[in-house]
Design a binder for this molecule. Structure first.
Ligand code: PAF
Length: 286
């Protein structure tokens, strides 16, 4: 695997690969890689000739009181892991390479409405930072396909919408959530869960599935289901940030006749904010 820190040199290499007819798959990350990230790379590997991964801790998507400076930077370990799963090129720019004019005057990409709800409601500006950096990375790498994890469902939905709205012509592939045995979705933030909390944190996933089962059994009182699920999570000892039954494409609150429904939740542990989601595709009559 070859590592690039500069846009120009990566572009030169990828232009050559493209000219040779190679299909390019791309996995953007912020590093501190765990198995779920490696699954994204493996998925990109299956359908592309070349796999590019980026590691960039994007200041633009962190709020003022969020932990940008504390975000773990583990480049050596990450590089070894990426090599192990057959990544061809790693792009690891610094802040100056990505934002040479600084953050304040950086042109932005805005995807309205979908970014104001759920995670966007408690993290103002976060998705604008994501859509902006992803657009820049797409412009640099110019991939045929990019792979994102379903765990960050809102991010995935927003990126799909941005790609559609801005005619980017990039195939967006969704990688399934990688889970621990008890259902906890894998995340870099799981390292902040205390030993005492660990046996109880899978309640978020249990409550999401509980709601999904009831919807599949015919219930459409989404508000009441959400309230019951919130109570279950609070009874397990966690503060709920949001719990919502949504239309999978628009992320608007689900309507009775919606067929593709995603249930999304976020809760706070002592040291982390955990998110998770489950989806259901109802067939006619369900
Ligand atoms: O999901 C992430 O790790 C980040 O939001 C992304 C897509 C790499 C943009 O910085």
């Amino acid at each position: 695997m070859k590592t690039y820190h500069h846009i120009d040199s990566l572009r030169e290499t990828l232009n050559r690969e493209r000219a040779a007819g190679k299909r390019i798959g791309f996995v953007p990350t912020m590093g501190n890689l765990h198995d779920a990230h490696l699954e994204l790379v493996k998925l990109a590997r299956e359908t592309n000739d070349i796999v590019v991964c980026s590691i960039f801790v994007n200041g633009l998507q962190f709020g003022l009181n969020e932990d940008w400076d504390k975000y773990p930077r583990t480049l050596m370990e990450d590089s070894q892991k990426l090599q192990g799963v057959g990544c061809d090129y790693l792009f690891n720019p610094d802040d100056n390479e990505m934002y040479p004019n600084g953050l304040d005057t950086q042109s932005r990409v805005i995807c309205p409405t979908m970014t104001d709800v759920l995670c966007g409601a408690s993290r103002p500006g976060h998705f604008e930072g994501v859509t902006t950096v992803v657009t820049k990375l797409f412009n640099i790498v110019q991939p045929h396909e990019a792979v994102f994890g379903i765990k960050d469902f809102q991010q995935l939905a927003v990126i799909r919408r941005m790609v559609e709205d801005l005619c980017m012509g990039i195939q967006i592939t969704a990688a399934p959530i990688h889970r621990e045995i008890d259902g906890l979705a894998m995340s870099s933030r799981n390292g902040f869960i205390t030993e005492e909390e660990r046996p109880k944190v899978s309640q978020l996933n249990k409550s999401l599935n509980w709601v999904k089962d009831h919807i599949e059994a015919g219930r459409r009182d989404f508000g009441d289901l959400g309230d019951e699920a919130r109570q279950q999570i609070e009874d397990a000892g966690f503060r709920v940030d949001y719990f919502s039954v949504c239309n999978s494409k628009t992320l608007a609150p689900a309507a009775d006749d919606d067929r593709n429904i995603t249930i999304l939740g976020a809760m706070f542990t002592a040291g982390a904010r955990l998110i998770d989601n489950v989806s259901t595709n109802l067939t006619e009559g369900e």
